[in-house]
Design a protein around this ligand. Structure first.
Ligand code: FES
Ligand SMILES: [Fe+2]
Length: 397
C-alpha cells in the first residue's frame, strides 16, 4: 500500500498527471478503495430506494455488502449486510419486511433497528438461548449514514468528519437550494456500466475543453467559451457557465426554475469528493453516483431532480424527459471518450500526460486532491499537504 501511495506524490509535488498505473492496477484500485472511499462520505443511493416503512434493500458499494433499511418509524439506516453469527449475507433482494430480518443460514432474526430478536436452537434442539452468546450484545453492524437532498451517504470507516462539516463547503457554494422543493422523477433514473476508470469520469466532468469536439449539441447551447472552472478546495471541484441558451429557448425551456436562483447559481455543476456529481442547474438537477467496480469498469446511476410540484405536473412530463435525454446524450458522449482515455493508458508511451491549465486547472487540482488524500497520515492531513486557498475560480477568457 505504501508503494502504491508513492505513485501519487509527483502529482502533489510536481503538478504531474497521475501515471497510467493509477488507472490500470488492481493494487491501486484496492488502495483507493480503502484510503479514499472507506474514509470519506460516499453517496450510495437515495432515501427513496426504501420508500415504505419496512423496506430493505441490499446493495454492494466499494466491494462491501450493505443493507438499507427503513424502520417502522420511517428512519432510514444502513447496516453491513452480514450476519454476526457465521457471516452470511442476510438478503440478496429488495423487499418489504413485515416482521424481522431473518438470516437464511441458521435463522437468527433481527429487528429493523438491527437488534437481535431470536436465535432458534442456539443452545441445542428446542433450546433458544445459550450462555456463551449474550443475545443483548448481538446486533447487526450499523454504518454511519446521513442524508442530503434525498441522497444517502455512508462513512465506512466511521471516523470521517461530521457529515455537516463534510457538506458545508459545497452547501455554501450551492446556496439556498430548498430541500423541500426537491422532486425526483424516478421514471427517468438510469444505470450504466462502462470500461473506464472512475477517475477519468471525474477528470472529464470537471473540464469543458472537450465540449466543442465531443458535445456538438451542448456547444450550441452552452459553449466552451462561456465556461469557467471552479477549483473549490478539498471537497468539491466544478465548472460553471455564464450563459445557458437552452433555458431561454428550445425544447428544453419551460420547467419551473430554482426558487433561489441567482446569476451565480444559474449554471454551476459539481464533483463532490469522492464519488458524486451534482448539477443543480436552473431548471433541473442531475445526480450521477459514480460506483467503481474495478480499475477499468465503472458503474453510474443517474437521477433527475426537478424543483417543486409544478415541475412534476403531467403537462411537463415531456419537458422533463427532454432535459434528461439531453443530459444522457452528453453523458454517453463523455463515456465514449473516457473509454478511449482508458485504452490509451495501456500504452507505454503514456506517462501522465499534461494539463492545459487555462482549460484544465480543475483536472490538475483533482489529481492533487487525490494525491493529498492518498498520502495523508494521522500527523499530516490532506489539508496540510494541499494548503488552501487555491485560486478559486479560473476564467479562461
Ligand atoms: S450465519 Fe446467520 S444465522 Fe448463522
Ligand atoms: Fe463532457
Amino acid at each position: 500500500m505504501e508503494a502504491v501511495k508513492e505513485l501519487y506524490r509527483p502529482s502533489l509535488e510536481q503538478s504531474r498527471g497521475l501515471p497510467a498505473e493509477a488507472y490500470l492496477s488492481d493494487a491501486v484500485f484496492d488502495a483507493e478503495t480503502r484510503q479514499l472511499f472507506y474514509k470519506s462520505w460516499l453517496c450510495i443511493g437515495a432515501v427513496h430506494d426504501v420508500p415504505e416503512d419496512g423496506d430493505i434493500k441490499p446493495l454492494t458499494y466499494a466491494g462491501i455488502p450493505l443493507l438499507i433499511v427503513r424502520d417502522r418509524n420511517s428512519e432510514v439506516r444502513v447496516f453491513h449486510n452480514v450476519c454476526p453469527h457465521r457471516g452470511a449475507t442476510l438478503t440478496d433482494k429488495p423487499e418489504n419486511c413485515r416482521g424481522n430480518i431473518v438470516c437464511p443460514y441458521h435463522a437468527w432474526a433481527f429487528d429493523l433497528q438491527g437488534k437481535s430478536v431470536r436465535m432458534p436452537h442456539v443452545g441445542g434442539a428446542g433450546v433458544h438461548s445459550y450462555e456463551g452468546i449474550d443475545k443483548d450484545r448481538v446486533a447487526l453492524s450499523e454504518v454511519r449514514s446521513a442524508h442530503w437532498y434525498g441522497l444517502l451517504f455512508i462513512n465506512i470507516s466511521g471516523d470521517a468528519v461530521a457529515f455537516a462539516d463534510f457538506i458545508a463547503p459545497i452547501q455554501e457554494r450551492i446556496g439556498a437550494l430548498d430541500p423541500e422543493s426537491i422532486r425526483y422523477d424516478k421514471d427517468l433514473s438510469v444505470r450504466m456500466s462502462f470500461n473506464a476508470n472512475w477517475k477519468l469520469v471525474v477528470e472529464n466532468f470537471v473540464e469543458s475543453y472537450h465540449v466543442p469536439g465531443v458535445h456538438p449539441e451542448l456547444e450550441k447551447v452552452n459553449p466552451m467559451r462561456d465556461h469557467f472552472q471552479i477549483l473549490g478546495g478539498h471537497s468539491y471541484i466544478g465548472q460553471g457557465g455564464t450563459a445557458y441558451a437552452a433555458l431561454e429557448e428550445s425544447e428544453y425551456a419551460g420547467l419551473p426554475e430554482r426558487a433561489d436562483l441567482t446569476e451565480a447559481s444559474y449554471y454551476e455543476v459539481f464533483y463532490i469528493y469522492p464519488n458524486l456529481i451534482f448539477g443543480p442547474v436552473a431548471n433541473f438537477c442531475f445526480v450521477i453516483i459514480v460506483d467503481p467496480q474495478s480499475p477499468d469498469t465503472t458503474n453510474e446511476r443517474i437521477e433527475f431532480i426537478f424543483y417543486g410540484d409544478e415541475a412534476m405536473a403531467g403537462k411537463h412530463k415531456q419537458l422533463r424527459k427532454n432535459n434528461a435525454d439531453f443530459l444522457q446524450l452528453v453523458n454517453s458522449q463523455d463515456i465514449n471518450v473516457c473509454e478511449k482515455a482508458q485504452r490509451g493508458r495501456r500504452s507505454p508511451a503514456y506517462v501522465g500526460g499534461m494539463f492545459a491549465l487555462p482549460q484544465e486547472a480543475t483536472g490538475l487540482h483533482f489529481a492533487k486532491l487525490l494525491a493529498a488524500k492518498m498520502l495523508e497520515t494521522d500527523d499530516k492531513k490532506a489539508e496540510d499537504l494541499l494548503p488552501l486557498p487555491v485560486e478559486n475560480i479560473y476564467h479562461p477568457n
